[in-house]
Ligand binder design. Sequence first.
Ligand SMILES: *[C@@H]1O[C@H](CO)[C@@H](O)[C@H](O)[C@H]1NC(C)=O
Ligand SMILES: *[C@@H]1O[C@H](CO)[C@@H](O)[C@H](O)[C@H]1NC(C)=O
Ligand SMILES: *[C@@H]1O[C@H](CO)[C@@H](O)[C@H](O)[C@H]1NC(C)=O
Ligand SMILES: CC(=O)N[C@H]1CO[C@H](CO)[C@@H](O)[C@@H]1O
Length: 292
Amino acid sequence: MILYGVIRILLLELLLRPVIAANIRAIYLFKDVLKSNTTALTSSGFNALIIFGVGIIEDGSIMYYSNTPGSTDIKVASGGAYTGGDALASKVKSFKAVNSSVERVEISMNSQHVKDLMAKPGPGTDTPLAKNFAALKTAWGLNAVNNDDESLYDVGSTVTFAKMLNKIGYKYTGAPYTNAAFWKSVISQANQGLAEPNLVFDRAYLQCYDGGAGNVPSSWASSLGLKVVPLVWVTNDSKPSYGITPAAAKTKFNGWNSSGGVVGGGYWNDFDIEKMGTSYKEYGAALASVFP
Ligand SMILES: *[C@@H]1O[C@H](CO)[C@@H](O)[C@H](O)[C@H]1NC(C)=O
Ligand SMILES: *[C@@H]1O[C@H](CO)[C@@H](O)[C@H](O)[C@H]1NC(C)=O
Ligand SMILES: *[C@@H]1O[C@H](CO)[C@@H](O)[C@H](O)[C@H]1NC(C)=O
Ligand SMILES: CC(=O)N[C@H]1CO[C@H](CO)[C@@H](O)[C@@H]1O
């Protein structure tokens, strides 16, 4: 009896552990990471931070574009080396410091120059582009590259790029708001023949605000063949009608959780929380209550 009980508990633990560990609590960092509140970001229960505003230029160098008044654009990797400076490197690395809730840091970019560079010089790991991504990964302690493509939608070069990044240790993720057919193709081709934990494309952060306001996470999960992480936009003065309070976010996350097809939730974005003087703690708690 006792042995049976122990085995049952062990089995239950094994069954539940992956589910519990899989809950994602994400926030996009729109504000310059050197200016945002790191203490709040790492102590409010978020386990995934996604740094917005990274981009590739023609020669394969990588930029961190400023979206914050008073900040300047910084070339963070070039010629196969990290060029972003020590302050930025220690800041990004500190996101996963001891006692931080953060387990994963991603950089988010659009598709600029990806198609050209995948054609020439190609996806080799000895190209300037690949070496730059490898150098940035080491300097910042990165886990994944997030594709925020909202215009090009070229399946072939996107899959080639995702596989190149995976060879140098990155996971690949997306931030869809529309064009499910594109994302479905990218996900199935990038992950062909692979299963967890070896997926190349392992997360879809689904925009459920602005152009994606009508998105239904459970339907997207079925279309993509991958559970999704629905995103809402925090209270803001840019497009106020899409902003929601922590209480309203919790209600949305609860509803989506009941319908299935989700593995967590997240927010667009930290800049608005600080600008509007709302609370990281409250937004974090809303997520944690639905996705512990
Ligand atoms: C940053 O966040 C912490 C914890 O939430 C808070 O105590 C602190 O006042 C904030 N700092 C600034 C400059 O807003
Ligand atoms: C981490 O948290 C524990 C418990 O609160 C504390 O004792 C320890 O000093 C913290 N470590 C760091 C590096 O902040
Ligand atoms: C979220 O959905 C799962 C699966 O249906 C369920 O077990 C869990 O209780 C739900 N969470 C909340 C907070 O309702
Ligand atoms: C729905 C919502 O809370 N939107 C807010 C976004 O930010 C502006 C500026 O404070 C508010 O007026 C809106 O109510």
